[in-house]
Design a protein around this ligand. Structure first.
Ligand code: PLP
Length: 404
C-alpha cells in the first residue's frame, strides 16, 4: 500500500495541528494543564504496563474485539454491495464511547488524579465515563444542564447508581453548552486533583489525537476481521459523524489504502435551514470553538449556531479537526442523512436483522443502503455501528409509529 501524508504517525504535528485545523486556542493557565496531559500521554502510550492494562480491559471488560457481521438479509433486500457491520453496539454499555472513557480514566489514574469530570448532554458520555470511573476507582463529577436532567432521566439514574455525582447547571439555556462552561470552570479551579475527560475527538490538543488513538482499535480490529471473512479489504467505509470519534476510530486503520472510499455521514435533521440540522462539514466554515480550529456552524460574528438532530449524539455545531483536514484533502467524503431516512434505517435494520441501532448509527446505515445500490453487487461496504438503540426506542415509537 502506498504510504501517504495520511499516515497516522504524522498527524497531528507537535502543536496539535492537522493541516490548519486543531491546535489549542485556550487561556495560558489551561495551556499548562494541556501540556501536562500531552506529556503524560506521550509517555504512557508507549509504556508496556499501560498498554497491557488497556488491552486486558478491552478484552475482559469492554468485550473486545466486537464482531464484524455480514448483514446478509439487508444486503439481499437492498440488492447491491455486501453490507457489513462493525458491532460497537455489543460493547459493555452499548456504544463505542466506552473505548475512550476507559482509556481516559486509566490515564487519569496513572497521572495520580483522584477525580474525572465531564459535561454531558443526553447523558451518553456521562454514563460511559461514570462506568469507567467506577471500574478504575476514581470519583466522577458530571455537569449537566437542568433541562437535560429532566429530559434524560434514565441516564441520570444510571450515573447515580454508578456512583457519579450529577451536578445540575442552572445558568443560561441550562443545556449542553452551559454544562461545558461549568465543567471547564470547575476544572480550572482545581486541575491538580481532577482530569477533564472530553467526550469526542474534539477540544484543544492533545484530546483530538488521544481520543482518535483510543478509538482506532475499532478500525485495526475490523481490518483483520474483514480480511479473514472476505479475503480482501472493504471497498467502502461508512460512519456517522457527531464530534467524529467513532468515525475516526474506524477510518484511521484505512486512511493509507487509497482505493478504499470513505464516507462520514452528518445529520441533515429536518432541513438545511439554520437550526434544523447539524451538518457541520457539509454547510459550515472554518473557525474556532471550544479551544480548537475546525469547520463550524457559526454566524458572521463567529458564534456557534443552534443545531438539531433526531440523534442527540450528533447534535454539535463543531467537528473533530482531523475530519476538517480529511475533507479538504478529499480523502473522506462527507455526506448527510436526514431524520426521516435515519428513522427508516432504524426500523429496517431492527426488522430485517434483529439489530436495533442507535439513532446516530442509523444515519450511517441510511447512507450505506443508498451507497450499496449505487456500488452494486460484487462490492463491499463496512459500517461502524456505533451503538445500540435501546435509548431511542420510546421516542421513535411515539413520534414515528409504524403502520402494522
Ligand atoms: C455519542 C455517539 C455518537 C457521536 O459521537 P462521535 O464522537 O461522532 O462518534 C455516535 N453514535 C453513538 C451511539 C453515540 O453514543
Amino acid at each position: 500500500m502506498a504510504q501517504t501524508e495520511f499516515s497516522m504517525k504524522n498527524l497531528p504535528d507537535e502543536n496539535g495541528y492537522f493541516g490548519e485545523y486543531g491546535g489549542s486556542y485556550i487561556p495560558p493557565q489551561l495551556q499548562l494543564i494541556m501540556n501536562e496531559i500531552t506529556e503524560a500521554y506521550t509517555k504512557l502510550k508507549d509504556d508496556p504496563a499501560f498498554i497491557e492494562e488497556l488491552s486486558y480491559l478491552r478484552k475482559h471488560y469492554i468485550g473486545r474485539p466486537s464482531p464484524v457481521y455480514y448483514a446478509k438479509s439487508l444486503t439481499e433486500l437492498v440488492g447491491g454491495a455486501k453490507i457489513y457491520l462493525k458491532r460497537e453496539d455489543l460493547n459493555h454499555t452499548g456504544a463505542h464511547k466506552i473505548n475512550h472513557c476507559v482509556a481516559e480514566a486509566l490515564l487519569a489514574k496513572k497521572m495520580g488524579k483522584k477525580k474525572i469530570i465531564a459535561e454531558t448532554g443526553a447523558g451518553q458520555h456521562g454514563v460511559a465515563l461514570a462506568t469507567a470511573a467506577a471500574l478504575v476507582g476514581l470519583e466522577c463529577d458530571i455537569y449537566m444542564g437542568e433541562v437535560d436532567i429532566k429530559k434524560e432521566h434514565p441516564n441520570v439514574s444510571r450515573m447515580k447508581v454508578l456512583g457519579a455525582r450529577v451536578i445540575p447547571v442552572s445558568r443560561g439555556t441550562k443545556t449542553l453548552k452551559d454544562a461545558v462552561d461549568a465543567a471547564f470552570e470547575a476544572y480550572l479551579a482545581d486541575p491538580d486533583t481532577q482530569l477533564y475527560a472530553i467526550g469526542s475527538a474534539v477540544g484543544p490538543h492533545p484530546f483530538p489525537m488521544m481520543i482518535r488513538d483510543f478509538q482506532s482499535v475499532v478500525g485495526y480490529e475490523a481490518r483483520e476481521q474483514f480480511q479473514a471473512l472476505e479475503g480482501a479489504l472493504p471497498d467502502a467505509l461508512v460512519a456517522c459523524v457527531g464530534g467524529g470519534s467513532n468515525a475516526i476510530g474506524l477510518f484511521t486503520a484505512f486512511l493509507n489504502d487509497e482505493d478504499i472510499a470513505i464516507y462520514g455521514v452528518e445529520p441533515a435533521g429536518k432541513s438545511f435551514k439554520e437550526g434544523e440540522h447539524a451538518a457541520t462539514l457539509t454547510l459550515g466554515k472554518p473557525g474556532v470553538l471550544h479551544g480548537f480550529s475546525s469547520y463550524l456552524l457559526q454566524n458572521d460574528a463567529g458564534e456557534p449556531l443552534p443545531v438539531y438532530s433526531i440523534a442527540s449524539g450528533l447534535d454539535y455545531p463543531g467537528v473533530g479537526p482531523q475530519h476538517s483536514y480529511l475533507k479538504d484533502l478529499n480523502r473522506v467524503t462527507y455526506v448527510t442523512a436526514n431524520d426521516v431516512e435515519a428513522v427508516e434505517a432504524f426500523y429496517q435494520l431492527s426488522r430485517i436483522e434483529g439489530i436495533i441501532p442507535a439513532m446516530e448509527s442509523a444515519h450511517a446505515v441510511a447512507y450505506a443502503v443508498k451507497l450499496a445500490k449505487e456500488m452494486g453487487p460484487g462490492k463491499t461496504i463496512l459500517i461502524n455501528l456505533s451503538g445500540r438503540g435501546d435509548k431511542d426506542i420510546d421516542y421513535i415509537l411515539e413520534n414515528y409509529p409504524l403502520a402494522e
